[in-house]
Design a protein around this ligand. Sequence first.
Ligand code: PMP
Length: 429
Amino acid sequence: MNYTTSEQLYKEAQEVILGGVNSPSRAFKGVGGGTPVFMEKAKGAKFWDVDGNEYIDYLAAYGPIVTGHAHPHITKAIQTAAEDGVLFGTPTRYESQFAEMLRDAIPSLERVRFVNSGTEAVMTTIRVARAYTGRDKIIKFAGCYHGHSDLVLVAAGSGPATTGNPDSAGVTKSIASEVITVPFNDVGSFKEALDHFGDEIAAVLVEPIVGNFGIVEPEPGFLEAVNELAHESGALVIYDEVITAFRFMYGGAQNFVGVEPDLTAMGKVIGGGLPIGAYGGKRAIMEQVSPLGPAYQAGTMAGNPASIRAGIACLEVLKEEGIYDELDRLGAKLEDGIHAAARKHNVPICINRLKGALTVFFDVKEVKNYADAEASNTEMFGSFFKKLLKRGVNLAPSKYEAWFLTTAHTEEDIEQTIKLVEEVFEEGL
Ligand code: PMP
């Protein structure tokens, strides 16, 4: 493939946009560097770059796209919203309509607020939990990404109950000291942290199904234990469903796992591809938020009609019968095909998959927490990524990210992908 135009555009971009990208993972840092491909156009499961190369897309914009790119129903909703005016700074009927759709799907959302990103949604749930409990500290799980607000940029912490160090310059030690990090799927460490810091903990922040060090499901009983122990110590439970909401079923991962949090943060899928975030939860807790309560949260763009109407349209599509079963069926086919190709060419992989989302890890037996994912082979993934890209398959450029199928992927897309994966394995990583 020829990438001349991408190379030129990347050079120019670096002269004006810091690092040439507006989100760091787009710079191919996770795959040993190189020129990121500049995409021009996307439709369904396909991408075309500025040099005219075609790709089957599994990045899905890091998760928001479930119905395929430029889905006609969502496109129409965005067009109509544009014609009617995209921003009013007043309430609109669409916000309540959409909030009701979300609550119908996820009953723990007794009251909802819309914001503009997953980062904002998570950040605000933490503020609300602190306001409600009158406590300062939070517990999070190692390796889980919850956006780029100060508190959650603390992922470090080897071993249980260590008070974190910031992962980013500019995050103060005092902020980091308010975050306790424990390994995912480890009830013992979680309990130890609560025993030590229990009456200081405002909330436990958890992705009910992890999406940020690959797809990692909770072990049986883990989320139940988190809820029970957190509540015993007077802490709230916040689910970060920015990736998971409407990705695995019509509703949240909380419906799927059968455990209800006190607060939920969402984003990605619920905007139908436009910028959005939302948070919500038990009414008594949400009543902490301004204008009813003392915890402040606001937004000029919050609840803007374009994002809301795109979100409504997206959920209307996802509500159709059989969508998630089909994603599961195609996901299983892809998983089986990759496994078979790996066996044939002796490539050591393990795959974590839930429905239409999966992660291929190299050179590890299983991945149940961040340390397992970290131990997987970065160079092999980098090579796999680049060789597939060259053949027309677009993955997220990091061994920690998931492949996301969409309703637009076809049987042929999956077969073609498996064929190309086999070609790559045959060539060697
Ligand atoms: N939480 C999770 C679980 C996420 O995956 C992300 C984004 N990858 C965020 C929060 C932050 O969302 P945003 O990028 O919309 O700010």
